[in-house]
Structure formats: C-alpha cells, structure tokens
Design a protein around this ligand. Structure first.
Ligand code: GLN
Length: 352
C-alpha cells in the first residue's frame, strides 16, 4: 500500500507544477505492484467458511455427473469448504477430508507445467489457444468453429492438447510428470483413483473423438490415444478439498507452494494463468462468474471448484451436485458468498 501512496503524491505534485519529477514518479507508478496482499483476520476467515457451509448445506439443486458412471455413485450430500492462505493457514468446514476425483480442476495446473517446460505462456497461446469458447466443456462444435481448434487449456480439447504438449519420452513419463506436478501444487503425494479411471476411460467416446479430431488438425502433439489415457488418468486423480485449496494457494503465493516452499510456476506466469482461469474457468458460465464472484477459478465435474484471490488466498469447495454447465451448485454458491463477504473480487468488492 506504500507504493499506492507514492502514486497519489505524484498526482498531487503534477497539480502544483513539478511536471518533470511528477512524470518520473508516475512512470514508476505504472509499473509498481500496488495490489492489496493483506490477509483477513483468522476469525473472519473461519466465520465466512462456517457461514458458507451452513447457508448452502441444504441446497439440493442440480445432480451428480452421470456421463462418467461412477460419479453418479458419489454421495450427493457431501460438502466441504476451505480457505488456504498464501502462508499456508487453513480454515475449513464440512467434509474436507473426503477424497474425490480432481477432474477439470487439474487443467490449469497442467497448463502451468506446459508454461514451465516451454519457458512461458507463448507455447500455450500458439499451440493450444487462450480464448474462451462460450460453449460447454466438451464442445466438439468449438473445435470446428475456431481456428485454434483446441481453443484454450481449460476445455477438454485444450486440456487433452496440454497433456500431449508435456515434454516426455514415454507415456509413463508423461503420466509421472503430470501426477508429480499436481502433487507439487497440492504439497502432498496424490494418487490415481483406479475405479474412476476405469469408469471414465471405458466411456470416453466423446473425448476420444476430440483427441482424434485435434490430431487430424495437427493440434495434438502426441499419439492421440496416449494423450487421451494420460488426460483421463489426470482427471481421475484423488484429492480432498483441503488439497485443492493448497493448490489454489500456491497460485495465490506467486507459484510457490506455501506448505513445501517448492516453486511450481514462475511468478511472472501466474497472472497469465489466472487470466485464462478468469475468462474460461467456468466454461460457458465464465462471464456470469466474473461478474458475480470476480475471481479466477476452475471447476470440475467431480464437484470441486478452486478460486484464487491473487496474492492473498484461495477458496476451494466441493459438493457433487452440478448445474447444467457442469459446475457444482453448492461449491459455487459457497465461494461466491465468501468472496462477497470479504469483498475480494479482483475488480472491486462484489456484494453477496
Ligand atoms: N474428465 C472430465 C471430462 O473429460 C472432465 C470434465 C470436467 O470436469 N468439466 O469430461
């Protein structure tokens, strides 16, 4: 906040006529990072987590995903809410120990791995794309509509392309790199949920079509079935809500995991990744989400959502019932409530 004060001073100096000095100061202001990096008091963070859980635990709208058969068997009443701060403090309520499949909440983190391997986000822009589709996560029409084909790394097409872009000598190594990277973000060893993988891979006709079509358009960078298998394994990794929150807190902490102090993403590339999350993390509801919560986020059909308050903390929530866009009903309500109560939307406070 000190730098913001200097900026105000420069503006005043310009008014009294010290034009040269003021211009120099204003130039410095333009590059200074005057973001609010404060963390709300512990009592407030625990209060909003408890409130969000209590307020939405009886909301029964939506239904479990069932196009992956096993997801329909996850108890629909489960509901966990967690805030993890950039210095690793945890505030939680509900079923935060329950392990569910990570699904698409993994996608930004594999995009981060690609950024790290290729020395920045240019490869993501050139080889995948960064525009929102405005269409559902599994849209085949988007692949035909847009020249980029895969469109962005947060829809299925772009996420399968991201997995294919991971530099690896073999399928085993590709999987180990993806799993190791996600474990790094979580700060704990994550593992495959075999029954989820079996259920998803044996019914993956839609994603297989997307992978083969991308390969045909030369927008997939490994064997398509290998990319599909590793992408499906990625989706089937087990996480709990606390681990999801730490993954988000790693982004809030400039790419360094607050538990392990390990760097997973260069600080310079965190804002670029968060920008993609803001514009595409909720698929065809990203506009609505930006307006009402104002936070970069990513959802998954397992019921998880991660939202990031840049430089400060992450909010994660999990509950299996989804709306039509495949986004958890309770989880998005809980996060929106917390963002509103704390006034942390990135464009300014969004009243709840
Ligand atoms: N693995 C899921 C799929 O490919 C992920 C979708 C999601 O979470 N939105 O359909």
């Amino acid at each position: 906040m000190e730098r913001a004060t200097i900026c105000n001073g420069a503006t005043r100096m310009a008014v009294i006529g010290a034009v040269v000095i003021a211009a120099a100061n204003l130039a410095a202001c333009a590059t200074a990072d005057a973001r609010d990096t404060s963390i709300p008091a512990s009592t407030d963070l625990q209060r909003v987590v408890d409130e969000a859980h209590a307020r939405f635990k009886d909301l029964n709208d939506g239904k479990n995903a069932n196009y992956i058969p096993i997801l329909d068997t996850v108890p629909s009443e489960l509901f966990g809410v967690v805030i993890a701060t950039r210095d690793g403090r945890i505030y939680e309520a509900g079923d935060t120990d329950y392990t569910f499949s990570i699904q698409s909440t993994a996608k930004p983190f594999t995009a981060a791995l690609v950024m790290q391997q290729y020395g920045g986000p240019q490869a993501v822009q050139d080889k995948i794309g960064v525009e929102p589709t405005g269409l559902p996560f599994n849209s085949k029409m988007a692949v035909e509509l847009y020249d980029a084909r895969s469109v962005n790394p947060l829809v299925n097409a772009g996420a399968i392309a991201a997995v294919s872009l991971v530099k690896a000598d073999s399928e085993e190594q590709r999987w180990e790199l993806v799993l190791g990277n996600l474990s790094g973000f979580a700060g704990e060893s994550l593992a495959l949920l075999n029954d989820v993988y079996e259920s998803e891979y044996t019914t993956s006709w839609s994603n297989r079509g997307i992978a083969n079509n991308l390969y045909n358009y030369e927008r997939l960078y490994s064997d398509p079935e290998e990319a599909l298998r590793v992408y499906t394994q990625q989706s089937s990794i087990g996480v709990n809500t606390r681990q999801l929150a730490i993954m988000g807190a790693t982004l809030a902490n400039g790419g360094v995991n607050p538990k392990t102090s390990k760097r997973l993403l260069d600080a310079a590339h965190v804002p670029e990744l968060l920008a993609i999350m803001l514009t595409a993390g909720f698929y065809d509801e990203s506009g609505y989400w930006s307006m009402w919560a104002g936070l970069p986020a990513k959802t998954g059909v397992g019921g998880g959502i991660i939202a990031v308050v840049p430089g400060r903390f992450a909010i994660a929530a999990f509950s299996p019932r989804l709306n039509e866009a495949g986004n958890s009903v309770r989880a998005q309500k809980a996060i929106q409530h917390i963002a509103g109560e704390l006034g942390v939307g990135i464009f300014g406070p969004n009243p709840d």
